[in-house]
Design a protein around this ligand. Structure first.
Ligand code: ZN
Ligand code: FE
Length: 256
């Protein structure tokens, strides 16, 4: 069994598209192609074709490359059943607990509504890789366009249950501004303040902050810490209902 090889492709102003390759079977997929051009360029550089397109949700900056890549390579588009009515290129609809194979690597599908009502994530356990679109970001989470705070808190809880070693491949490079917000929530979290310094240095070098790890997120991402006593105390909400604490943090971020 050979783990997935994952290549990060920056697109638009701050999107990340991921080229995913299972080398033993020479199977290639792309996750959330915002636009086709950089994906085609990367495939051509390697001399690869494209077998699958995985979509986490219906937003244009995640599916914008579907039609052109599907036409050029005959790739099959796999995405959320709940979004079938608004992803016209979809070939296979998947739901919670379904499995998606890229060669011998298999992903489990999680339904993670909140940013959008149909949002899903793909968890490749044998490669320790999570593709979570705009649900979980490094030090942040997606805006609640189509969901409630309680729904998003439950969705993030599913992702938080994965192993600490899980590598998090999210849809955007928002990490530096997320860090500037996160330190206002938990100024006394030394793991967070140290990480914020690392992130600023990484971005000064023009490098991506992705992937992050779930263990690091659990220690520093305020949106995963709404039930952590230290975080609740920092907000003056000790003993509070976690989804109410989450709603408070999300509201502050929306106004930040
Ligand atoms: Zn989105
Ligand atoms: Fe997005």
């Amino acid at each position: 069994m050979s783990a997935l090889e994952i290549q990060l492709i920056p697109a638009l102003s701050d999107n990340y598209v991921y080229l995913v390759r299972e080398p033993a079977s020479a199977t290639t997929a792309v996750v959330d192609p915002a636009v086709p051009e950089p994906v085609i360029a990367a495939l051509e550089a390697h001399g690869w074709t494209l077998d699958f397109i995985l979509n986490t949700h219906h937003h244009a900056d995640h599916i914008g490359g579907n039609a052109a890549l599907k036409e050029r390579y005959g790739a099959k588009v796999i995405g959320p059943a709940a979004d079938a009515h608004r992803i016209s290129t979809l070939d296979r609809q998947v739901r919670e607990g379904d499995h998606v194979s890229i060669g011998d690597q298999e992903a489990e599908v999680f339904e993670v509504p909140g940013h959008t009502s149909g949002h899903i994530a793909f968890w490749f356990a044998n490669s320790d890789a999570l593709f979570c679109g705009d649900t979980l970001f490094a030090l942040g989470c997606g805006r609640l366009f189509e969901g409630t705070p309680a729904q998003m808190w439950r969705s993030l809880g599913k992702l938080r249950a994965l192993p600490d070693t899980a590598k998090i491949y999210c849809g955007h490079e928002y990490t530096e501004s997320n860090a500037q917000f996160a330190v206002t929530i938990e100024p006394g979290n030394v793991a967070l303040t140290a990480r914020a310094d690392d992130i600023a240095a990484t971005r000064r070098r023009g490098e991506p902050t992705i992937p992050t790890s779930l263990g690091l997120e659990k220690a520093t991402n305020p949106f995963l810490r709404a039930d952590v006593p230290e975080t609740q105390a920092a907000l003056g909400m000790a003993g509070g209902d976690p989804s109410a604490v989450f709603a408070e943090i999300r509201g502050r971020k929306d106004r930040f």
